[in-house]
Design a protein around this ligand. Structure first.
Ligand code: SF4
Length: 713
């Protein structure tokens, strides 16, 4: 009933990490008009086509509206009491019989910060295991690990305005035009106003983003660290090192330079490793060296790699060497994929993090969190990261698994393994807004959740900006907020500490925890002191603000656009670290049986597994069906034809889609979008094909490089 909307509501888009402000307005005919929020600094009134179509995705067809329980193989509707009792009893039984590490939560960057906070508190503080991981593991965990190694804390130093102030923007491993569209529009506009601004795109594919580029380096897939190590050497050789900044604010320069020189000191060798024209490579290096205001933005093309953390640090090293960080128009910048990947990190939603950026492996910080939560126990060691977690489920080490707001049977690498794991698990609980996902087919308990427009809370975007997602629709059917359901289960398991009456109370606790014992040599930069103690009304009216948030002299919350401008970093020494990087290629290489390298990613108008964007005919019109993009000569070589069905097979699985050309892909590679599902033999669920190799530090899977073969279907 859209006519129940009270005038216009300011909220935040639920899709990508740009985190655009959205205004939702009820129309006289009962429909919903969506517009960009002109007051929101992230997008200043702009929306991409996905955000603009939000009103078309809110219908209740296909929604999960009632709890359900599986009995004798069939799902039947159930009351909340029955469903919650089943979940609480199942988790309690597994813990009693096999210990706290026999249960797990697998959550999502789609969740609001308050939902995430409660999930993490339940798992790490009350159950006493760190077996809570998130689909953000698949997205940006290499950036988290890289930030922590370099800065001591998971911090994005800059803000979107830096893209407009820079004289050169390097976009590497990021199809920004399609995956962060309104930020890309800001870049387009900035270049119109200052045509001298240079844009460099580093990407094996000739994506839509390349259309704006002054320079495109179509590097060999996986060779990024060679390229940035080579850049580090070039900058040092050209005398571009900022000696004062290095001496006062960094450590590790000699080791990082030695590693770079050993592997990438020769430009010709780097050009061969990256398979780019040496003259083009030199032109890029010279332009980078000559330009002080440089932003290097990176996304899944860097992160989703078995050496993703090293790639992140190879980029950060170049900015630390030149002191180009924390100042207007310069710095490394991680573009997060999901709407609340950052908020999840802040509350410790990853298996190797605690809460409020505190360290799980630091006994003093563990004790601080346990005291603050008044928790009976606290996880003593990192939990299982996503890929390992599903392996543990298949091996029977995890007996009860609760999946919230994500669809791992489609989205995980080696996704058929996830299916096998769920089929074997004693208790699979799924909280979702959609009834019929590939994952729900394996649920023993289905719990209906609130969707966008119905749920209430906060999200944090790629530039650390916390924004409110506000509810403006009634809860449909029996659906409930995730935080309420988590609290209900916690209370049934006998735990105190979960008597919240509202999201405001949860946010306040989160803000207070961020400041709890946060002082001295190990003080953290993540803090929300300025938002602690807010009234309910202030929370409801909270304007978007970038953390860290303190209070100004006027008593009002004050955010921070940039960090590290004073040269102070979050490591115990107060210095940033240049990390030695020894480049290494993908874990699995093409060979005789699987001669092509599969790359996966998004298309412009769809989101994740299409449970929402798939409802909009307008969005479906852009790319109506899955495809296999490949070079025409490769198609000829392997006997497949444009427009006809082909099968892509790897060691791990197979999928089927139509062959397409024109995606700007080099010979030897394929590109397949991630959005489509399916259980039949002719499905287009590309996750089933993707190899499960992960980065040893971050645990992020290598979605960008799986050896495959292609053949007619
Ligand atoms: Fe903005 Fe991203 Fe939503 Fe598009 S999908 S409106 S760019 S937040």
């Amino acid at each position: 009933k859209l006519s129940t909307i009270p005038l216009a509501v300011r909220t935040t888009c639920p899709y990508c990490g740009v985190g655009c402000g959205v205004t939702a307005m009820a129309q006289p005919d009962g429909s919903l008009a969506i517009a960009g929020d002109t007051e929101h600094e992230a997008n200043r009134g702009r929306l991409c086509v996905k955000g603009a179509a939000l009103g078309e995705t809110l219908g209740l067809d296909g929604r999960l509206l009632q709890p359900a329980l599986r009995e004798r193989g069939q799902l039947r509707d159930a009351s909340w009491d029955e469903a919650l009792d089943r979940v609480a009893a199942g988790f309690a039984r597994a813990i009693a019989q096999h210990g706290p590490d026999s249960v797990a939560l697998y959550v999502s960057g789609q969740m609001l910060t308050e939902d995430y906070y409660v999930a993490n508190k339940l798992m790490k503080g009350y159950i006493g295991s760190a077996n809570i991981d998130t689909n953000s593991r698949l997205c940006m965990s290499s950036s988290v690990a890289g930030h922590k190694r370099a800065f001591g804390e998971d911090i994005v130093p800059g803000c979107y305005e830096d893209f407009e102030l820079a004289d050169m923007v390097v976009l590497t491993g990021s199809n920004t035009a399609w995956c962060h569209p309104t930020l890309f529009q800001r870049l387009v506009r900035a270049r119109e106003l200052r045509p001298q601004m240079k844009i460099v795109v580093i990407d094996p594919r000739r994506t839509a983003t390349v259309e704006l580029a002054d320079m495109h380096l179509p590097i060999k897939p996986g060779s990024d660290a060679w390229l940035f190590n080579g850049l580090l050497c070039h900058l040092a050789r050209q005398g571009r090192a900022d000696r004062d900044f290095i001496a006062a604010h960094t450590e590790g320069l000699d080791e990082a330079l030695a590693a770079a020189h050993d592997t990438c000191g020769d430009l010709q060798a780097v050009a061969r490793a990256c398979r780019v024209d040496p003259a083009l490579l030199l032109a890029f290096y010279d332009a980078f060296a000559a330009t002080t205001k440089v932003v290097t933005a990176y996304s899944q093309g860097i992160n989703q790699s078995s050496s993703g953390t090293d790639k992140v640090n190879s980029i950060i090293n170049c900015h630390l060497l030149t002191g180009r960080i924390g100042k207007p128009g310069m710095g490394p910048f991680s573009l997060t994929g999901q709407p609340n990947a950052m908020g999840g990190r802040e509350v410790g939603g990853l298996a190797n993090m605690l809460a409020a950026h505190m360290e799980l492996e630091d006994p003093a910080q563990r004790a601080a969190v346990q005291t603050f939560w008044n928790a009976p126990r606290i996880a003593q060691r990192p939990g299982l990261k996503a890929v390992d977690l599903f392996r543990a489920v298949e091996e029977g080490r995890i007996k009860a698994l609760w999946i919230i707001a994500t669809n791992p049977v489609v989205s995980l690498p080696d996704a058929d393994q996830a299916r096998r794991a769920l089929a074997k698990c004693d208790l699979v609980v799924v909280s979702d807004i959609v009834a019929g996902t590939d994952t729900n087919a394996y649920a023993d308990v289905l719990l209906p959740a609130l969707g966008w427009g119905e749920k209430d809370g906060t999200v944090t975007n790629s530039e650390r900006r916390i924004s409110r997602q506000r509810s403006f629709l009634p809860a449909p059917g029996a659906a409930r907020a995730d935080w309420q359901v988590l609290c209900d289960v916690a209370r049934r398991m006998g735990f105190g500490g979960f008597d919240y009456q509202s999201v405001h109370e949860i946010f306040d606790e989160h803000a207070r925890l961020s400041a709890w014992r946060n002082e001295g040599a190990t003080a953290r930069m993540f803090r929300l002191d300025g938002l602690a103690g807010m009234s309910r009304r202030d929370y409801d009216e909270l304007e978007p603000i970038q953390w860290p948030v303190t209070r100004g002299k006027d008593g009002k919350p004050r955010g921070a656009a940039r960090l590290f401008g004073d040269g102070r970093f979050a490591r115990p020494s107060g210095r940033a670290r240049l990390v030695p990087v020894l480049p290494r290629g993908p874990a699995n290489l093409p060979g005789d049986d699987y001669p092509l390298a599969l790359n996966t990613g998004r298309v412009r108008d769809q989101w994740h597994t299409m449970t929402r964007t798939g409802k909009s005919p307008r969005l479906a019109g852009h790319v109506p069906e899955p495809f296999i993009d490949m070079h025409p000569q490769d198609a000829l070589l392997y006997g497949v034809r444009e427009g006809e069905l082909a099968r892509v097979t790897s060691c791990w699985g197979a999928m089927v889609a139509r062959v397409a050309h024109g995606g700007g892909i080099a010979r030897g590679s394929l590109f397949v979008p991630i959005h489509w599902s399916g259980q039949t033999a002719a499905h287009a669920r590309v996750g089933a094909v993707v190899n499960p190799a992960v980065d040893p530090l971050s645990g992020e899977p290598e979605f960008k490089h799986t050896p495959v073969r292609v053949e007619p279907f």
